[in-house]
Design a protein around this ligand. Structure first.
Ligand code: ADP
Length: 595
């Protein structure tokens, strides 16, 4: 661009001559003036940076006058002063110029600036090719002979000041002032445009740097990141996401929505990923969804944890997301550790069961023997109660017996934990009468809960259900045990059975310590126990309700908790009269299902 301005200058017509310097008529002078302004106007328009504007300005001014230097002061923060000498200048001359510019700027109501500050913000722009050489023997002057200051304005806004200086007096002809102001106006617009362009470029560079920085961060993230468009088609993936999806043997066709891909793909987990993306597209943030992306027969298949959030554009009127950003994590190794832990717990609990069964059997045997001896003793003493060693033994043995039962329940819970965790809980369906089972459970829990009064309320004497009887007994037994355990001062435990069109609804209400609503959604998580001071006194490991929920879920029912507002809690269980169809088909081949 610089050379184009240059060549234009060299190819320029003859320099402009002031109308009063020639005797030609006014019309041809006006034509000449128009041609001149047109030519220099083009040079300003072609100028791409501020230095090309300086050159165009200098060339245009040198057509009018022969002078020593041209200076451009630009307002702003910081203020800039460009000094364009036409030939080498004396230091004192420069100093004098700066002094004059500072006082002219102050007179024009520029922000106050001292000559020293101005000197610090001064730049030399000396285009060699334009610099006139000093004539031989000519001595550079130290004083200013004449000067001219013209404000640089764009749409009535002052953006700076143009100053011209010469060593000789009377250089700046009053007749040329109007033309000089026009040139200054051209220069002002060109400089303002350059400044805008510079600002734009700086912003663009900043944005580009920020984009590159972000790209680098995303590229080096250990987490996989994928972005979709508004239709749910993947538009970009980082390296980690590419690797993860390659491990899961999946390739995505760009531009095709995941839902559409899922319909034709044989990849079993693709519909689930498409669902997660679709949920986010409908405006919901989806957190920590697990997706098993490996082969089913792998011991621990490749497992991905996915969180997805809708992407909105900056416009406040946009209601629909413009895409989705999803973070994908490989959690297979933590699943492996979990599996190892669960396997260990399962093996140990299994191994514990054999000695436990023996302890339980022999304790029972001893209890019976001691009871027999005690009976004999009582008959020989004709019913008088004596604190004999036998009765002390019996007390010790019943403690061993109840602790063994407690241990057995713990071991069973631990065994169930790994089965639930890895989806290996097997149900054995049979048809049975629900009120009868509830009645038995109520009686058996009542036997060891002297302080409590357990009541069964049901309008239906017969209510048959198809379910795994032992597992349903386990669930209701656990809720009843809890109702008694967490009601330390006794009270009523009311079990109600309601028959609904296709399911049964069982509620178990106690008058115990109750549960704060903040725990409602966690109480069915594994190992979740409420750590308030009161529950510290109750034995337990927080597995009963977790297993209970898994069992009820498998039956196609629901389990939840309701607050009794300071007077205990009520657990609710619903149980379909017949199991869901996929459960029936799964259970049928084992021969255990009685439908
Ligand atoms: P555990 O009783 O062995 O700790 P559960 O899974 O059966 O485990 O129960 C989880 C937690 O829920 C308990 O630790 C207790 O804090 C709370 N909880 C359960 N049932 C009741 C209840 N009826 N009243 C008050 N809190 C209860």
């Amino acid at each position: 661009m610089e050379s184009s301005v240059q060549s234009d200058l060299q190819a320029a017509d003859t320099p402009y001559r002031s109308p009063n310097m020639q005797s030609a008529d006014r019309l041809s002078a006006l034509k000449q003036e128009m041609e001149y302004l047109n030519r220099i106007g083009k040079q300003f328009v072609a100028a791409f940076d501020r230095f090309q504007v300086h050159r165009a300005l200098l060339a245009a001014l040198q057509d009018l006058y022969s002078f020593s230097a041209c200076c451009i002061l630009l307002t702003g923060d910081p203020i800039d002063l460009f000094i364009i000498p036409c030939y080498p200048l004396n230091g004192s001359f420069l100093e004098a110029m700066i002094q004059r510019i500072a006082s002219a700027a102050n007179a024009l109501n520029f922000p106050a600036i001292t000559p020293e500050q101005l000197a610090r913000s001064a730049y030399f722009d000396a285009p060699d090719e334009l610099a006139q050489r000093r004539k031989q023997g000519e001595i550079s002057s130290t004083t200013i002979g004449s000067g001219l200051n013209i404000p640089l304005t764009v749409e009535n806004r002052i953006i700076g000041m143009l100053s011209l200086f010469d060593e000789k007096p009377g250089t700046f002809d009053a007749d040329l002032l109007q033309l000089t102001t026009m040139i200054a106006d051209y220069a002002a617009v060109a400089l303002d445009n350059v400044r805008l362009r510079e600002r734009e470029n700086a912003l663009w560079r900043e944005a580009e740097l920020e984009r590159m920085r972000l790209e680098l961060i995303i590229g080096s993230m250990a987490e996989g990141l994928l972005i979709t468009d508004a239709k749910g088609a993947i538009t970009s993936l980082n390296t980690s996401a590419e690797q993860l999806l390659a491990q899961a043997q999946t390739e995505f066709t760009p531009g095709v929505p995941l839902r559409q891909l899922a319909e034709t793909s044989s990849v079993p987990w693709l519909p689930r990923l498409a669902d997660i993306i679709h949920q986010a597209l409908s405006g919901h943030t989806v957190k920590n969804q697990e997706l098993v992306a490996g082969q089913e027969d792998d011991r621990v298949p490749l497992t991905l944890n996915i969180s997805a959030a809708p992407l909105h554009d900056a416009s406040e009127f946009a209601t629909r997301p413009v895409g989705v950003v999803a973070v994908v994590n490989d959690v297979t190794s933590s699943k492996q550790v979990e599996k190892l832990k669960d396997d260990f717990v399962s093996v140990v609990s299994h191994e514990l069961r054999t000695p436990l069964t023996a302890i339980k059997g022999y304790t029972q045997h001893l209890v019976r023997r001691v009871e027999r001896r005690l009976r004999k003793l009582r008959s020989s003493t004709e019913g008088a109660v004596i604190d004999s060693p036998e009765s002390q033994d019996l007390r010790s043995l019943s403690i061993i017996q109840s602790q063994t039962e407690h241990l057995e329940r713990l071991v069973n819970d631990l065994l169930d934990l790994s089965q639930v965790q890895w989806g290996q809980i097997h149900l054995h369906y049979e048809t049975f009468d629900l009120p009868a089972v509830l009645g038995e459970l109520v009686r058996s829990v009542q036997a060891s809960a002297e302080q409590h009064s357990l009541i069964l309320e049901t309008t239906d004497r017969e209510a048959s259900v198809v379910a795994d009887r032992a597992r349903i007994e386990q669930v209701i037994g656990n809720i009843l045990d809890n109702a008694v355990k967490y009601s330390p001062h006794g009270g009523q435990v009311i079990v109600r059975l309601y028959k609904q069109p296709s399911q049964y609804h069982i509620s178990i209400k106690d008058q115990g310590i109750g549960v704060n609503p903040e725990h409602f959604e966690h109480i069915f998580e594994r190992f979740y126990r409420i750590h308030n001071t009161s529950s510290q006194h109750y034995a337990g490991i927080g597995l009963g309700l977790y297993v209970a929920k898994a069992i009820i879920d498998r039956h196609g029912g629901q389990i939840w908790l309701e607050n009794n507002q300071g007077t205990g809690s009520t657990f609710h269980v619903t149980l379909p009269m017949v199991p869901p169809s996929d459960e029936q088909s799964e259970a049928a081949p084992t021969g255990n299902t009685t439908l």
